[in-house]
Design a binder for this molecule. Structure first.
Ligand SMILES: [Fe+2]
Ligand SMILES: [Fe+2]
Length: 292
């Protein structure tokens, strides 16, 4: 089973200024002034070419498809993402897709535009828990994000989400699964996140997850690639996809991972965007063990 793991696509979309409200104004200005140029469309074209060449059976996008959760962004992203083979896709939302109160609640835009590609709800919408079988593998999606003030981008997972997920997996007799969540459950020592950016109850969730661990925990949010090998606290791979559409800077490298799962064994390859060749090429894996 070959899985392409993309994340943090943050597609650039123009929004009429008068349609912006509250936190969106600051977020949109910050994005247009500082970040828009970092997301040129030719990188997306290269991703499409890689999909053709690598021919994965599943494509996971671990959140942050938009920037300020405006409906125009979801519409535009839906159009761009329709270029991917739709039967292979698994999406979850990130904090930028839950940017304001309008992006959660009754009929949120993420669900309006992407629910068909995000799997079936297995919690009757009380909590966000989605499950989708692609090929012979089950993907479980969690939503760690919530609308916060402009200064915050942290996440939480309710312990009940872990317990409900495990109950359903047992009922459905699913043993092997891949878990997808926007916020990381682990960071290397030199890339720790502040309290304003990280999954706040990660230790609690890691303990609960040990009861029925996934094969791999896929996340984004940090905009650069790394992999943690299974260890005593987290007996599964933690795989961080970079922002796959954002050009490199000193702290972030544009890229994605290709995972190959066979008999519970995982082979992971890292690809980064090569400016000289104008395409994604294989690069050395950035990997850690749990204590690093
Ligand atoms: Fe992001
Ligand atoms: Fe994020």
């Amino acid at each position: 089973m070959k899985i392409l793991h993309l994340s943090d696509l943050h597609f650039p979309t123009r929004i009429p200024f008068l349609q912006l409200r509250g936190k969106m104004i600051v977020g949109y200005l910050n994005y247009t002034l500082r970040r828009r140029k970092k997301y040129p469309s030719y990188v997306w074209s290269s991703i499409l070419k890689s999909v053709e060449t690598l021919n994965p059976e599943a494509i996971v996008v671990s959140g942050d498809i938009t920037n300020v959760s405006h409906e125009l962004e979801f519409q535009a992203a839906g159009k761009i993402l329709s270029e991917l083979p739709q039967d292979k896709i698994f999406y979850i939302p990130g904090n930028h897709d839950r940017y304001t109160k309008h992006a959660v609640g009754g009929n949120p835009f993420f669900e309006k535009y992407f629910s068909k590609l995000s799997g079936d709800s297995i919690s009757h919408n009380a909590e966000y828990i989605r499950i989708k079988k692609i090929g012979d593998l089950h993907f479980v999606g969690w939503d760690s994000s919530l609308p916060l003030s402009i200064l915050n981008a942290y996440g939480t997972i309710q312990p009940q989400v872990v317990e409900t997920t495990q109950k359903i997996l047992r009922e459905k007799k699913i043993e092997d699964y891949v878990l997808v969540c926007h916020h990381p459950i682990w960071n290397p020592e030199e890339r720790q996140e502040t309290i304003h950016h990280r999954l706040r109850n990660r230790e609690e969730i890691a303990v609960l997850l040990k009861k029925q661990p996934p094969l791999a925990f896929l996340h984004g949010h940090v905009h650069t690639n790394w992999v943690k090998f299974p260890g005593p606290l987290m007996p599964y791979y933690v795989i961080n996809s970079a922002s796959s559409t954002r050009l490199d800077d000193t702290r972030h490298q544009c890229g994605f991972h290709l995972l190959e799962i066979q008999n519970r064994n995982l082979k992971i390859q890292r690809y980064t965007y090569n400016q000289e060749q104008s395409k994604f090429t294989e690069a050395p894996l950035v990997s850690y063990s749990e204590k690093e």
